[in-house]
Design a protein. Structure first.
Length: 521
């Protein structure tokens, strides 16, 4: 066991880097390991020979030699000798070695020795008891062993697998953590991305220089003005496939716009039939249907391809404040302005499927279903958020200090944002892990309903309208805006980020217009 005397000793004190923080031998070991993992075995072996540095430590080479040769006592003695340094990690390593030893005993018909290993050695280890129980069952049933196996190749392969599993368990410097170089580089790249305010892409990042995105990665300039409405535009939303944009207005119409390949917009349908202003629209997840809500009026369902009204829900007493689709594109929920009506689930034929009503239930201000269909999120007049798990009916309530005017959910179903009349936007996690929200500020909101949205790759950004006629954009990791977009002349009521074109943003304003924003380059 003389090799153990070298344990944790350094072969060289040489360092690399301008700050002298990198040990040369460590650096070489992880390069060699990386070459082996990429399949460049000859190159890796050549580097080991030229540098005199192997990615396998002397301790690991000792263990490898004895394990592959079936010298079980030497393997076990070595692992026990380093227990004081690495603690209970060694029990998991011992479990792997003893398990292989046990199966080889069974394959040779040495049942008594195998049982002794299980009862006296393996049972004494501090490992997951379910693993021990499973092993005991397999010993009895011989599920994992073919009795009488003596094929040397099979035994060698099993020992090699055991060694591979051991390598993942043994701590450094005995073993180099798996894919260590990739991990170090990825950690650096992740830090670059996290510190980059404008990053919004899933593309691989060049390693040749430190990464930093410019503001041309997000929409900052007006690329087109859509002037199809004759009054204030209250709502705007891109379809889920990013090929259409729907807008609604105080002129009692909604418009479906087609997004062309070159990014230009053309009018597809004008939806007429409401007697009052249309307060919002909602795309079905499959983008074949569109819901429109008349302000203190009925709800209408439209066919996107033909622009025809397929169904009208309700009557003059049927006052819907908000609606949201479920993932199947056949069911949706409505939140009512009348507290007694609460929330209802409907199908596209006008049948009520389910209702949530209760004594004293307040007016529903806004409602959303997470894209995965797991949660129903409701905002009640005027400071309460209720998050209902659809399968378990478990409910969580969040109380805000200021009135909430709107709600929006991220595309990955993990987060939602609410606009408050205190001139803040709060972001909460849907699962309820956060004790307090992230706050975003800088925009103006005191009197009107202002709507915000998530946008960019992985919902990196948040955009919002504002009462000062501007559009605000935040990186979701920063409370202050990174961009303020000017162009509208009156209140910007709503914004929508194209889910398939991360450089395209739309905004709706009281100045009768919709602006399409794109990158500066």
């Amino acid at each position: 066991m003389g090799v153990h005397q070298n344990f944790l000793m350094e072969n060289s004190s040489e360092v690399l880097g301008s700050k002298g923080l990198i040990k040369k031998n460590d650096f070489l070991r992880i390069i060699v390991q990386c070459l082996y993992s990429l399949g460049y075995n000859k190159t890796a072996s050549c580097l080991e020979s030229e540098s005199g540095v192997s990615y396998k430590s002397p301790e690991f080479q000792f263990l490898e030699s004895h394990l592959l040769n079936g010298n079980w006592d030497n393997c076990i003695t070595f692992l026990n000798s380093i227990r004081d340094t690495f603690g209970e990690t060694m029990d998991s390593a011992l479990f792997l070695v003893l398990k292989q030893y046990l199966f080889e005993c069974l394959s040779r018909g040495e049942d008594a020795l195998a049982l002794d290993i299980l009862k006296k050695r393996i049972s004494a280890l501090k490992v997951d008891r379910s693993k021990v129980h499973s092993l005991a069952i397999n010993v009895v049933l011989l599920n994992d062993v073919e009795s009488g196996v003596r094929d040397g190749n099979v035994v060698h392969d099993l020992r090699r697998k055991c060694l591979t599993d051991l390598e993942k368990l043994l701590p450094p410097p005995i073993s180099v953590p798996e894919r260590r170089l990739e991990h170090l580089v990825e950690t650096t790249v992740t830090a670059w991305v996290d510190s980059c305010l404008y990053h919004g892409s899933s593309n691989p990042i060049s390693l040749y220089e430190d990464h930093k995105c410019g503001r041309d990665q997000i929409p900052t300039v007006t690329t087109q003005i859509l002037a199809g409405h004759r009054n204030e535009v209250w709502f705007v939303q891109f379809s889920n496939n990013g090929e259409y944009l729907a807008s609604s207005s105080n002129d009692c119409t909604a418009i479906i716009w087609k997004v062309l390949e070159d990014g230009e917009f053309t009018m597809k349908h004008i939806l007429c039939g409401h007697m009052c202003a249309i307060s919002l629209v909602a795309w079905s997840p499959d983008d074949t249907k569109l819901l429109t809500i008349g302000n203190t009026e009925v709800l209408k369902l439209w066919d996107v391809e033909t622009g025809t009204c397929k169904h009208t829900f309700g009557n003059p007493d049927f006052v819907v404040s908000s609606c949201a689709w479920f993932p199947n594109s056949n069911h949706f929920v409505c939140g009512y302005s009348d507290p007694e009506k609460g929330i209802c689930m409907w199908d596209c034929d006008g049948n009520e499927i389910k209702a949530w009503r209760g004594m004293g239930m307040p007016k529903v201000v806004d409602i959303a279903v997470t894209p995965d269909g797991e949660y129903l999120i409701s905002v009640f007049m005027d400071k309460e958020i209720r998050i209902l798990h659809m399968e378990t009916n478990a409910e969580r309530v969040i109380s805000e200090e200021h009135s909430i005017t709107s709600l929006s959910v991220s595309g990955d179903s993990k987060f939602f944002i609410v606009n408050l009349n205190s001139q803040e936007i709060h972001m909460w996690d849907v699962a309820g892990k956060w004790d307090k929200p992230l706050s975003f500020m800088g925009h103006k909101q005191c009197k009107y309903v202002i709507r915000s949205c998530f946008g960019g790759f992985n919902s990196t950004f948040i955009a919002s309208g504002s009462e000062n006629a501007q559009v605000y954009i935040w990186n979701s990791r920063n409370s202050r805006p990174i961009e303020v977009l000017s162009g509208h002349s009156l209140t910007v009521n709503c914004v929508s980020w194209n889910p398939e074109r991360p450089h395209m943003l739309a905004s709706a304003s009281d100045d009768f217009s919709i602006r399409i924003w794109g990158p500066s380059s």
